[in-house]
Design a protein around this ligand. Structure first.
Ligand SMILES: C[S@@+](CC[C@H](N)C(=O)[O-])C[C@H]1O[C@@H](n2cnc3c(N)ncnc32)[C@H](O)[C@@H]1O
Length: 299
């Protein structure tokens, strides 16, 4: 016998472990024998069941390809969503640049933009702030290590950074002391949303901006399954994730307190004057907080 069979298993494994779990490449190398030899050998394989198992190995290509294809699609979707989310943050934070005192007014000194970030967490937003601004981070669970990292990142971008412990419901600052307030994924956790929003408006100067990105309870009509799942999961989520609630209509609260609130105006005094930007987002990859609202309100 002058033929040797090589299983390509090992080579394929180097190329892709997932592929190699399904693929059994069989390549034949060496000097070919006569046609009669080949037929006799094939018959022997059929008798021994080897040819049948080779067939079933080939059939296992299909699930492997489907698995790979679905994996690639999911990865692509997740990368696209991540890029879009990142892009949206950059656009929103860029809107803060025009909030500095005297910005755009000829002959007036433009002092540094002063921003309060409530629920600053790990300081992940430091990368979005415009260079030259001053940021005060506030959180009831202030993480000093994370704040040191954020501070050095801020310094490298010429941002003056400080942080203190506190709650959005009782901000330790005088009225009208900030040009902007930022809140990303915080109103899900505050104990008293209405009080926190009143405090945000109080510390903003007239014309100051409130930037928010918040997850909300998915609509019952638009997302019936997610809506129900969020309702069921809410107590567990709040217990496991530091008081984070899945069933809050934060968008209604914010827009209901804004005169130009997307047709949701009500009579009476409102905390904010207009909506500068408003986006609703749906991101499957952030399940179960897939539905979010983002925007900028102007006081
Ligand atoms: C999901 S994390 C978001 C952190 C950060 N803003 C981000 O986007 O990654 C929620 C943060 O809100 C903080 N938080 C909870 N209750 C708060 C309150 N009453 N006032 C201010 N921050 C609060 C938590 O400590 C936590 O750091």
């Amino acid at each position: 016998m002058l033929r040797r069979h090589y299983s390509g298993k090992r080579g394929a494994k180097h190329l892709c472990p997932l592929l190699s779990a399904h693929l059994r490449l069989e390549c034949t190398v060496g000097v070919r024998g006569s046609r009669g030899d080949e037929q006799a050998e094939e018959k022997q394989k059929v008798a021994s069941g080897e040819a049948v198992s080779r067939l079933s190995r080939r059939e296992s290509f299909l699930p492997a390809l489907i698995a790979l294809g679905s994996g690639a699609l999911l990865l692509n979707k997740s990368l696209n969503e991540e890029r879009a989310y990142e892009g949206l943050h950059q656009e929103l934070f860029a809107l803060l640049s025009a909030s500095g005192s005297g910005a755009g007014e000829a002959g007036k000194d433009v002092r540094a933009l002063k921003v309060l970030e409530i629920g600053v967490g790990q300081g992940v937003n430091v990368k979005y702030y415009p260079s030259g601004c001053e940021v005060v981070g506030l959180d009831p669970n202030l993480n000093q290590d994370a704040m040191s990292v954020a501070q050095s990142k801020a310094k490298a971008r010429n941002i003056q950074w400080s942080a203190l412990e506190g709650r959005a419901e009782s901000l330790p600052f005088p009225d009208a002391s900030f040009d902007a307030v930022v809140s990303t994924l915080v109103f899900c956790s505050v104990q008293d949303q209405a009080r926190a929003l009143t405090e945000v408006a109080r510390v903003l100067r007239p014309g100051g901006k409130f930037l928010f990105v918040e997850h909300i309870w998915a609509g019952e009509k638009e997302h019936p399954v997610l809506h129900r799942v969020q309702g069921i999961m809410d107590p567990l989520q709040a217990f496991l994730v530091n008081g984070c609630h899945l069933v809050r209509h934060t968008d209604d609260l914010l827009l209901g307190e804004t005169k130009g609130g997307d047709g949701r105006d009500r009579e009476g005094v409102m905390l904010f004057d207009r909506v500068e930007r408003l986006n609703y987002l749906e991101m499957d990859t952030q399940w179960p907080v897939s539905v979010q609202v983002a925007g900028v309100l102007v006081k």
